[in-house]
Design a protein around this ligand. Sequence first.
Ligand SMILES: Cc1cc2nc3c(=O)[nH]c(=O)nc-3n(C[C@H](O)[C@H](O)[C@H](O)COP(=O)(O)OP(=O)(O)OC[C@H]3O[C@@H](n4cnc5c(N)ncnc54)[C@H](O)[C@@H]3O)c2cc1C
Length: 480
Amino acid sequence: MTVSPRIPHVVIIGGGIAGLSTAYYLQKEAEEARRPVSYRLVEGTGRLGGKICTDHVEGFIIEGGPDSFLAQKPWAAQLARELGLGDRLMGTNDERHSVFVLQKGRLVPLPDGVMLIVPTKFMPFVLSPLISPLGKLRMAMDLFIPPRRDGRDETLADFIRRRLGSEALDKIAEPLMSGIHNAESDRQSILATFPRFRALEERYGSLIRGMLAARRHRPPSPSNGRAASVFLTLRGGMAELVNALERALDPAALIVGRRAEAITYEPSSTPPYRVHLADGEVLAADAVVLAVPAYVAASLVAHWAPDLAAGLETIRYVSTGTLSLAYRQEEIEHPLDGFGFVIPKSEGRRINACTWTSIKFAHRAPEGHVLLRVFFGGSRRPEMMELPDDALRRVVQEELREIMGITAQPVLTRIYRWHRANPQYDVGHLDRVARLEALCPPGLHLTGSAYRGVGIPDCVRQGQEAARAVMRELIGGGDQ
Ligand SMILES: Cc1cc2nc3c(=O)[nH]c(=O)nc-3n(C[C@H](O)[C@H](O)[C@H](O)COP(=O)(O)OP(=O)(O)OC[C@H]3O[C@@H](n4cnc5c(N)ncnc54)[C@H](O)[C@@H]3O)c2cc1C
């Protein structure tokens, strides 16, 4: 193994959770390997965190982007613990864990025991009014339909229709996907978004049998014997993770509020990369990690890597927004007996979903108040993104009045618009990403939500993998 006498330089572009995780693990791996590596992280806006954005307003904790992450994917919780936030992690309020689906204008609970989209408890499912008797029979056919084991991709809609039937798709899968995940099930790749479903089908021959087995193996929480929470967050909001990462990083390495404009690549030069900032500064680098949206990555490399740029441009994005509303509790007659509701497309509403935030999580609203969060926009209702604030608030309040009977005026509202924010994993996504990675010259790395997982845990994992790949390339270390 040859060791360069020069300290290698790495530039990470993008200060969202993927870029911050890359920086953190790079610093950690270099320290552990006792191999000095110098890095800079460039963030174009004036704050770190990207889509993670928590506001503390008058005693409310308001999330503009993600409010929690899946506990089953361990990387985000592991990172939080490493950063000393172990005792700040908290689960959802599982006493009122129902999720409702709007059906003909009424909120109907998803039957207890439905895990993601698959029923795992017999009686609640049989008794549920959400699915018709024929629809239930069709879902139960999953136990007998031969599994598909050819490894080929298909849309989530095709997969659900094939295994569980159209009603399960329309009433459960589609609203959950588009209401919460902002994904269109008739374009969404099953292998890129829910590989677990296909793995369960292959292993158990049936989705229901597979989910039942998974349920049996779910670990109980050690302290109280109850099942561990499916979602985790941090007591003071998701930004705690960003703030702890910032504290753990070398302050001199952070370049915040300055946008990267272009990258140049000269393979015969040492180092081969130059990152040009919009204000004219140029950073030389042996390796560059692109932790920005795919279309930004495309613009940065377009003039010397046209094929890579064209491929990056094919990753489709949709725009979404959230509107949080705070009310005096005494003015809300609705029992708020769950985490919120999702809305099937067929209901034709102007909002996509609503989380009853202060029920789902403790500490989100001061005593005597409730906090709700409405999701809007996406591919279903793109025009909602363009409404002026007043009109948007009016529409959302009308929807909440018709759906939940809320006539009170909110004491506080906050609007967050996320333009071209949600990458869509259309069928064939994983092959597309593998082709893009193969087009990157040595030292150039793609990471973040555009590629191999949109959730916070997957972004943390991808940052960790990018850091290890950089270490391997630069000093031959980082394998574990
Ligand atoms: C409304 C909403 C709700 C969500 N809810 C959840 C949830 O509950 N749970 C969950 O797990 N996930 C959720 N997600 C998804 C998750 O938040 C994102 O996938 C994740 O935060 C993306 O992280 P990232 O680092 O890949 O990208 P980003 O967070 O987009 O970070 C990219 C960074 O790059 C910067 N940048 C862009 N261009 C440049 C440039 N030229 N130079 C320098 N910097 C640049 C940007 O300013 C940004 O800070 C949600 C997303 C949204 C929008």
